[in-house]
Design a protein around this ligand. Structure first.
Ligand code: ASP
Length: 258
């Protein structure tokens, strides 16, 4: 397998934990919690500039702390993944939710997915344009439908039936004209920075359950209707108890092909 693009995964892999309980003389370790997040492959801190980098670091720290607090309190892996990703979707410095990059005709089309490692249940949405938090909608697809993936207007309409908040598409554009976000948004639109700031989270909770989630605006200047790996379970997101939990970022076509 040969990649010519930057790809990054956040992953919890169970091999080490299993190895400990099988080979150690000590009693098997009680599962404790763990969390890994990512804020996207692509631009390095030097390309971003100091101010943008600081905002991204602060956003990641806030998201991580949200997850830690929930897990320390006995929160479930799935609840934690959703809550952590929501904070990143609400933060305009990431390419997900509010800060999503634009299609080549200047619109936002967002993709997201979740997977529950305990049940192997999964849910995803692609090409949503009005849903404020696509990760929450992906979770509702998993829990409240018999389907795995809803796309486009049908997915936004489903949000309405689930009390998942919808916003005017202007919501996704408004921050771009303000300080800081403007730089990030324009960097997002450069051809040589096609992947920037997708968000992902993988969690092991104190019950030993795994979950994973990924949310993105996709790649900058994508064709309208393009869907990447993030809402494709098994490409952008995967979780199975006792095995692993993974969220990927990078040019989605490479994940799907490989
Ligand atoms: N994987 C995402 C996509 O291809 C983009 C990214 O990770 O930055 O849609």
């Amino acid at each position: 397998m040969k990649f010519n693009v930057t790809l990054l995964v956040a992953a919890i892999v169970f091999a080490q934990l299993d190895a400990h309980s099988i080979h150690s003389e000590e009693p098997a370790m009680k599962p404790t919690w763990a969390i890994v997040i990512h804020g996207g492959a692509g631009s390095s801190p030097t390309q971003l500039g100091e101010e943008s980098s600081q905002k991204r670091t602060a956003g990641l720290q806030h998201a991580l702390q949200t997850g830690r607090d929930l897990l320390a309190d006995g929160g479930t892996a799935m609840d934690t993944v959703e809550a952590v990703i929501r904070t990143l979707e609400d933060n305009p410095v990431f390419n997900a939710g509010r800060g999503s990059v634009l299609t080549n005709d200047g619109r936002v089309e967002m993709d997201a997915s979740v997977m529950d490692g305990k049940t192997l249940g999964c849910g995803a949405v692609a090409g949503v344009t009005k849903t404020k938090n696509p990760i929450s909608l992906a979770r509702r697809v998993m829990t409240n439908t018999k389907h795995v993936l809803l796309v486009g207007p049908g997915a936004d309409e489903f949000a309405e039936t689930q009390q998942v908040p919808l916003v005017d598409p202007e919501y996704f554009l408004s921050q771009r004209h303000e300080d800081g976000a403007a730089n990030i948004a324009s960097a997002n639109q450069e051809e040589d920075e096609p992947h920037f700031g997708t968000v992902g989270c993988v969690v092991l909770d104190s019950q030993g359950n795994l979950a994973a989630g990924t949310s993105t605006g996709g790649t900058a200047k994508k064709l309208p209707g393009r869907v990447g790996d993030s809402p494709i379970v098994g490409a952008g997101t995967y979780a199975a108890n006792g095995l692993c939990a993974v969220s990927g970022t990078g040019v989605g076509e490479e994940y799907i092909r490989n």
